[in-house]
Structure formats: structure tokens, C-alpha cells
Write a protein that binds this ligand. Structure first.
Ligand SMILES: [Zn+2]
Length: 377
């Protein structure tokens, strides 16, 4: 008795929750079974389908409807068949301008859009948007692709963390702590400023050790302030190209640039993209909120893990949330004892490396993390 009631309730919800699927209650229970199972579906007209309860079908969608019907189980109750077909027809009629969101995807039965923690996977929704290229998208194809995508997120693609350190002045503190990274087989990136003022043999040791050497400005100026005072060409010449050439002469070919102070404009982004593949911004605001980056982006924001900003509890919870194809970008300056707050303690650094390694996270150089994400298919 309970089961029967429940079944009726479910059917009622299903049939009334989808707008445009016809008044199925007025149809005889067996109409569809009689007509669809006994007839050649390919000969049905739009009117005949509408008379069977498929009020969602039009001349534009009749061929799709028949192809869809020929691939599903017609022994199901009428209401379920009509509901399923009309969801597919509704989806078929969406175009690339349609607002694709969680509500709409649930409405058409694409429910495989959640992370294990129950939050919506925004990347999955973006994937669906990419798959809708004008009218005529078959929901079965999207469902298959979405399942494959989520499977790779869960089981195949790597979960990554990029740790970067900035400023020429911290080079000795980085050299002194290489063994911490060695212990965990972790890679990282060092963004050098004031390149010409330091002993380049130190940078060579780091590069030989597998550390990516990036560019962090010749004089570490605030790009926005400098450009407003002296113009973009002077910034490009003095802050980027001078050091870039010196680095190349010394055998360093930086693919990435990190903005000093995280100060940027669209104008400076544009100039940087002529000389570098990847650009790093920086967020060191108080009460820091770390954000995960999904997939490959050539410009990303990295979050401060300097000791006056670090929130280890939050970092661990971010690590727990990482899915395949995600990267957490975090940055500091010196390692260990330092004269100001722009450093991370050995203990904090090791805590991140230790927890990440225990969860199977890959610690990659900044550019390598992005390049790896570019390869995900
Ligand atoms: Zn800096």
C-alpha cells in the first residue's frame, strides 16, 4: 500500500514538474504502449505524437523525438516516457545563449554535476555549456560526455598544488631549505626580481635542482603606479625586457611572470602575454579565502601563505576538496626565520607538503601545473 502510494506520488511529481510535457493524466494508460509498440515509430507524424501526449513535440523536433523514442524502453509507464522525451526535446531546443545552470540541468535529468562534498562543480556546468553548440544537442551525448568528465575528475586527472616563492632577496633562504622539498619529491617555482644584483650561480643551482625560475620584475615596481607615471613602454623596457635578456644570456628562459604586489591592469596583462606564456597575480588580503582553479588558465591568482596570512586549516580543507584537474596556487617569499612577515615557517611549509602528499597531491612548478592542465582530455 505504502509503495503504491509512493509510486503514484513520484509519477505525479514527475509528470507535473516538467512544463510543456503534455497533459498525460488525460491519456489512456495504455495509449502509448499500444501505439508505439505496435507501430513503426519512424512513420509517426507530429500530430500523431501530440495526440499520444507528446505536446512538447513540434515539426522542428519530430525527427529527433522519433530517433530518441526508438532508443528507449517503451514498456515504461506513459508518463515516464513522455517526461523523458520532453526533457530531451527541451534540451534539444536550447541554444548557446540559453542560461545553463544547476536548476536547468537538474530539470532535464543531468544530475551528475556535484563534487563529493555536495557542492556544485562549476567546471562541469561549463563543460555542458561548451557542448551546447546551437539547437540540436542530443542530451544522450551530453550525458555520456558529462559522465566521462566526472569520472576523470574523480579517478584519472591529477590534483595539483603550485607553491611559488618571490623576490631575489630570498634566494639563500630557498637554497637552505631544498631538502624539505626533496623529502616530499615536490617541485616549486621561484620568481626572481633584481636578477642582476645577485650571484647567478645560486639561480643555476636552483634550476639544476629542477626549480622553475620565473621573472618577478627587474626592480620590483608596482606595475599600475609605474605605468601611470612613465607609460607602458618604459615599464616593458625597464621592468621586463632588461632582466629578461640578462636571464636568457645566463641560460634562464622564464615562461612565467609574477606581478610584484599583485598589481596589474588589462594593459599590462596584454604586454606580458607577448613575452610570457603564464602570468601570476597575488592575493594577500587579510582573512584570506583560498580558491581552487579548475582546468588550464594562462593567468591565475595565487594566494599568500606568508605567516601573517596563512590559514592552515583552510588549506587542508582546500586540499580535501581538490578534484582531478584542479590546482591550488599558493605563494610565499622567504622560508624559515626572516626579518619581516613575508616568509613561511619551515613547520607550516612542511605541514602543507606532508598533508598534500598523504592525499596524493602533485606539487608542480607553476608553469608545469598549467601545462599539465592543458593536456587534460
Ligand atoms: Zn615580490
Amino acid at each position: 500500500m505504502y509503495n503504491l502510494k509512493l509510486k503514484s506520488l513520484v509519477l505525479l511529481i514527475v509528470t507535473t514538474s516538467f512544463i510543456g510535457c503534455g497533459d498525460t493524466e488525460s491519456q489512456s494508460v495504455n495509449t502509448i504502449e499500444h501505439n508505439l509498440l505496435s507501430k513503426d515509430i519512424s512513420n509517426l507524424t507530429t500530430t500523431e505524437l501530440q495526440n499520444l501526449g507528446f505536446n512538447c513535440v513540434s515539426e522542428n523536433t519530430v525527427s529527433f523525438t522519433k530517433s530518441y523514442l526508438s532508443g528507449i524502453n517503451l514498456n515504461n509507464p506513459n508518463s515516464l516516457i513522455i517526461n523523458e522525451v520532453c526533457k530531451a526535446v527541451f534540451f534539444y531546443e536550447l541554444d548557446s545563449n540559453s542560461p545553463i545552470n544547476e536548476t536547468l540541468l537538474l530539470k532535464v535529468g543531468l544530475s551528475n554535476i556535484y563534487k563529493p562534498n555536495g557542492s556544485v562543480d562549476a567546471w562541469a556546468i561549463d563543460k555542458v555549456k561548451e557542448m551546447i553548440i546551437g539547437k540540436g544537442t542530443d542530451i544522450r551525448d551530453v550525458k555520456y560526455e558529462l559522465e566521462q568528465f566526472m569520472l576523470k575528475r574523480e579517478r584519472v586527472w591529477p590534483k595539483q598544488i603550485s607553491i611559488t616563492f618571490d623576490d631575489g632577496i630570498v634566494v639563500d633562504s630557498i637554497l637552505e631549505h631544498l631538502s624539505i622539498f626533496d623529502k616530499y619529491g615536490a617541485r616549486f617555482t621561484y620568481f626572481v626580481s633584481h636578477f642582476e644584483q645577485y650571484d647567478r650561480r645560486k639561480f643555476h643551482i636552483l634550476q639544476g635542482y629542477g626549480v622553475e625560475i620565473g621573472h618577478h620584475g627587474a626592480l620590483h615596481v608596482n606595475a599600475v603606479d609605474y605605468i601611470s607615471k612613465y607609460g607602458i613602454q618604459k615599464w616593458e623596457q625597464n621592468e621586463l625586457l632588461g632582466q629578461l635578456n640578462s636571464m636568457k644570456v645566463e641560460g634562464f628562459y622564464p615562461e612565467a611572470f609574477a606581478y610584484p604586489y599583485g598589481a596589474f591592469s588589462s594593459e599590462s596583462d596584454e604586454v606580458l602575454s607577448k613575452h610570457f606564456k603564464f602570468i601570476r597575480k597575488f592575493d594577500s588580503r587579510p582573512n584570506i579565502k583560498y580558491r581552487i582553479v579548475s582546468g588550464a588558465h594562462s593567468i591565475v591568482t595565487s594566494y599568500s601563505i606568508d605567516d601573517h596570512r596563512i590559514d592552515l586549516k583552510q588549506i587542508k580543507s582546500m586540499i580535501d576538496e581538490l578534484q582531478g584537474g584542479d590546482t591550488l596556487f599558493i605563494s610565499s617569499h622567504a622560508i624559515g626565520e626572516w626579518f619581516n612577515e613575508f616568509h613561511i615557517s619551515k613547520e607550516h611549509l612542511e605541514a602543507i607538503l606532508n598533508y598534500g602528499t598523504s592525499k596524493g597531491i602533485v606539487f608542480c612548478g607553476f608553469s608545469d601545473c598549467i601545462k599539465q592542465s592543458e593536456k587534460l582530455r
